[in-house]
Design a protein around this ligand. Structure first.
Ligand code: HEC
Length: 134
């Protein structure tokens, strides 16, 4: 019986924490600030744009999936699946969830660069995405 109660508690806590993790917990401005501090220098949108469009010695660029204009929807380079716009001006959910941002930076940077993006590269990309206006 005690075990059952413990299991119920664990299940409940897991549900609660997954709801919390999925909720917005940051803003594009906070992300820009955070990664600029980590980098020790402010994100630059022009450098972020060049980084976003470039192929880094492999087949893919960020634009391969997110399109050259992140104000519009992207299309996954291998699955063809639609991807919501990355620019916060076009998609209010973009850059509002720390866990999601970190997860996709890790995965996407590995696909494009075969390594993690540096804090400077992240600050630059976020500066670029935040600078776009509809
Ligand atoms: C192979 C396809 C692909 C490539 C290449 C790619 N991405 Fe993504 N990216 C995705 C997908 C899929 C998502 C998740 C979209 C969703 O959940 O709606 C995503 C999400 C993101 C997010 C999270 C946005 C948010 O807040 O929800 C960021 C940031 C991001 N990508 C940045 C990049 C950067 C920077 C590059 C280049 C280094 C890049 N991506 C290259 C497919 C890709």
């Amino acid at each position: 019986m005690k075990n059952l109660i413990n299991m119920a508690t664990v299940t409940f806590l897991t549900l609660v924490s997954s709801v919390v993790i999925a909720a917005p917990d940051t803003t594009p401005a906070q992300q820009l600030q955070f990664w600029s501090v980590q980098a020790g220098s402010p994100g630059q949108s022009a450098r972020g744009k060049a980084f976003f469009l470039a192929k880094h010695g492999k087949d893919l660029s960020c634009a391969s999936c997110h399109s050259e204009s992140p104000l519009g929807s992207g299309k996954h380079a291998s699955t063809g699946k639609a991807i919501a716009p990355l620019a916060p001006a076009a998609n209010p959910e973009s850059l509002t969830d720390t866990a999601r941002i970190n997860k996709w930076f890790r995965r996407n940077c590995n696909d494009v660069l075969a390594r993690e993006c540096t804090p400077q590269e992240k600050a630059d990309v976020i500066a670029f995405l935040s600078s776009l206006k509809r």
